[in-house]
Write a protein that binds this ligand. Sequence first.
Ligand SMILES: [Zn+2]
Length: 389
Amino acid sequence: MLVIFEPMRFNEIPGQDAIRARLLQAVKTNRVSHALMLSGTSGSGNFALALALAQYLQCTSPVDDDSCGVCPACHQSAQFVHPDIHFVFPVARTAKIKDEPSSDDFITEWRQYLSAGAYPSLEGWYHAMNIENKQAGIFKKEAQDILRKLNFKSYQSDYKVIIFWMPEKMNTTAANKLLKIIEEPADHTVFLFVTCGTDEILPTILSRTQLIKVPKINSEALYQKLLMEYPDQEKLLRGIVQRSQGDYLLAQQMIDQSDQNLLNRDRFFRWMRISFGLQIPEITQWVSEISDIGRERQKWFLQYSLGMIRNNYLLNRGMAELAVMDDEEAAFSSRFNQFIHSGNIEGLMSEFDLAIAQIAMNANPKILLTDMSLQLNRLLRIPAVAAKG
Ligand SMILES: [Zn+2]
């Protein structure tokens, strides 16, 4: 996959003008705090602000209020490979890494993950590391790595920057090793801590930082940013901006989800037809497509399908007013509902409940969906009892 890295300039960040002005002012007057704590939701832009500041500090030809975005330093920053910008983030043991892990062990996955956007979330990162069922942390080895890295002279620039994501995940041993360097780092060494909430951060760390609370993004700035990224979704955006509470990440997830809803509708229609007809090549093709959409979306899809099965049962029982559907769903269901009745509804619902639970427990989607297609064929072909009720 070709990944195109966009340098992270302050200009790309929706809203947060006051914080941006404050950070720039600090750099210009040479008063950058040696330890900043940017606290806000994952979608507030707290991490993006840290990236933009790091890039600005390293940029060799900054413009008035931003990094230039084109110098070699900016390009290195954008690819997360600038030798004087270090990243610290929670990690976990895996099959591959059996000793105490540190960020360096996962730097490739981290760069890949960030290339999708400067709004990391713990959930997204766990998924990228493929450790969904484990807890990640920041351990003693990490602290040793940081001390070692800060021992070297900076490579290219005046500043050494450590972007320290999720300090609330750091254990006490690691924290104790870092207290002194956070309190009194060498000149031009800057710790940029990025946190989702200060409650869980060790007080010894928190008290050594300057706290900046990153508020939710104002509605107009968020709307303009989303409109640029999703110009064909204009109708949806106002409502999404309102419901997302100034959280860019949440807004993106909502847009993705509404896209998925339309896709799910077509996936469902197709699945019911080919399962009913036991069209094996089509089933194989369909299963292989759905296997590729990822576990989270498979779960949404199965939940959507379960909802449609319920709706069709309501129609079949003459309770159309309880079935909430759009026009296309209603058109499909007007004929489909004859196949969902008292003779098979329990079997169908328990198949779907089981599948949703198994997907969540990392079952193989290919095997699971193939088996389900066969079960659907069997269940949909159970004849309705002549007299309803
Ligand atoms: Zn530059």
